[in-house]
Design a binder for this molecule. Structure first.
Ligand SMILES: NC(=O)c1ccc[n+]([C@@H]2O[C@H](COP(=O)([O-])OP(=O)(O)OC[C@H]3O[C@@H](n4cnc5c(N)ncnc54)[C@H](O)[C@@H]3O)[C@@H](O)[C@H]2O)c1
Length: 426
């Protein structure tokens, strides 16, 4: 992917250069892309946000699906206002997306439902001849991970996971530095998703949301891709190295119950929910090349807003997003960290050089723009996707495997090679 993203970037830069150099208007007109016909399954908070970004990028929206009619109607209204057509709505239960997928006027779908049904919807979409952008994580079980891989390989459709943190300008910069060898060979990485999301476990009526249901029903690291994804990209996971095994341990579960007791009266049904999820879960992952990744997941501890963090240790240098700092042996002065901005100009990724203005205000530091942009570019021009099915499967497999390791008292779990050996090709 590393080379692919750069090759595609070079093409885009070439196109921009062509305009600057005065390429004939006929050539430019020919290159004008045909609108992609997009459907969205799950138009809650995130699905609606991605829908808006896709509309801004010029897609047509013939159909939308959500099991909650108010959400569906809100999204239909957005399309009517912005594109002038009324998309057909699908709202007859949790499998109604299958009816939507029978349409022959859809090129691609975005899946913005809760995590538990991402894989079944995206597998069905690819098998129905549609490309798919899945929200994170891609899957909850190993069978679902394999199901996605097989569906993508057998259909040849585009599948991309919407891992927006991979597109943060500082992460793309650090990745470029890693690829150019500034840190030397990477030996260790640290990453975490530490974000107080207790308030998102219940909706306004005190019913469990899909997040709350996950915390009731599962243990382990339930949100592994925002932190592991960017690190895996920097390390060339699935492109020269791969995740091979993990062990996981967890703290006791405490904070959510205190939160529930404060928020709901003693006779409220929410007080009876028994949560499985620990306050903190740590996963240690090893790669084929012997890199150790220390990953923390904590969605329920009381703390001010934070989010994903990322750190890399190579034999020649180090990066730590919590310090917003970099140190490169022989380049940084003495043994002092340098602010990461020191490297911003020299190692800025071409996507940001070219499109930063358009990305402004699109959400998550501009990264959301790039997810939609890259997905639509891949649908238009052909794959593989920048965050492909092998990335999605490997990073999402942390969910079931960390849960299993914890349930077995901290046993080592093998991480499948979803690429079937292709990772060795670099
Ligand atoms: N990448 C990011 O930064 C980011 C940020 C927030 C959320 N997310 C991801 O986006 C997804 C959605 O999160 P959200 O906060 O928008 O949740 P949400 O509850 O607001 O939206 C989910 C929507 O999916 C609908 N839905 C559920 N099952 C369905 C089905 N079978 N068919 C059709 N519709 C269905 C729900 O009715 C709801 O409208 C999650 O997977 C989450 O992890 C990603």
């Amino acid at each position: 992917m590393n080379t692919r993203i750069h090759r595609r970037d070079a093409l885009r830069m070439g196109a921009a250069a062509g305009l600057a150099a005065g390429v004939a208007p006929a050539v430019i007109a020919q290159a004008k892309p045909k609108p992609i016909r997009l459907g969205v399954v799950g138009v809650g908070g995130r699905g609606t946000h991605l829908l808006r970004l896709a509309i801004n990028a010029g897609v047509e929206v013939p159909a939308l699906c959500d099991i909650k009619e108010p959400n569906l109607n809100r999204a239909i209204g957005i399309v009517e206002q912005t594109r002038g057509n009324k998309p057909e709505g699908y709202s007859k239960g949790p499998k109604d997306y299958l009816r939507m997928l029978e349409r022959d006027d859809l090129d691609a779908i975005i899946c913005g439902t809760g995590m538990q049904v991402h894989a079944e919807i995206c597998i069905a979409a690819m098998r129905a001849g549609k490309d798919a952008l899945s929200e994170v994580a891609a899957a909850m079980t190993l069978d679902e991970c394999w199901g996605l891989v097989r569906a993508q390989e057998e259909t040849g459709r585009i599948y991309m996971m919407s891992e927006n943190c991979c597109y943060w300008s500082h992460m793309l910069m650090v990745r470029k530095m890693a690829e150019e060898g500034l840190f030397g060979d990477i030996t260790y990485a640290e990453c975490g998703y530490v974000h107080d999301c207790r308030g998102l476990a219940f909706d306004g009526q005190g019913e469990l949301t899909w997040r709350g249901e996950m915390a009731r029903d599962y243990g382990g690291n339930l949100y592994p891709t925002h932190d592991l994804g960017p690190i895996a990209k920097c390390m060339g996971i699935n492109r020269g190295d791969r995740l091979v095994s993990l062990v996981a341990m967890e703290s006791r579960s405490d904070s959510i119950e205190g939160y529930v007791a404060k928020r709901f009266p003693a006779d409220h049904p929410a007080r009876k929910v028994s949560f499985n999820l620990a306050d903190s879960t740590n996963v240690l992952i090893r790669t084929a090349k012997g890199v150790l990744i220390d990953q923390r997941f904590d969605m329920y501890s009381a703390r001010p807003a934070s989010g994903p963090y990322h750190a890399l240790q190579g034999v020649k240098g180090s990066y730590d997003s919590r310090l917003k700092s970099i140190w490169i042996e022989g380049r940084s002065s003495g043994h002092k960290w340098e602010p990461q901005e020191t490297y911003a100009e020299e190692f800025e990724h071409p996507l940001w050089t070219e499109l930063a203005e358009k990305a402004k205000g699109s959400g998550h530091g501009g990264a959301d723009f790039f997810v939609v942009y890259d997905f639509l570019e891949t649908v238009r021009n052909g794959g593989p996707a920048p965050v492909d099915v092998y990335d999605a499967a490997a990073w999402s497999s942390i969910i079931p495997l960390s849960g299993k390791s914890i349930a077995e008292g901290g046993t080592v779990q093998e991480i499948p090679d979803f690429t079937n050996g292709k990772w060795k090709n670099g």
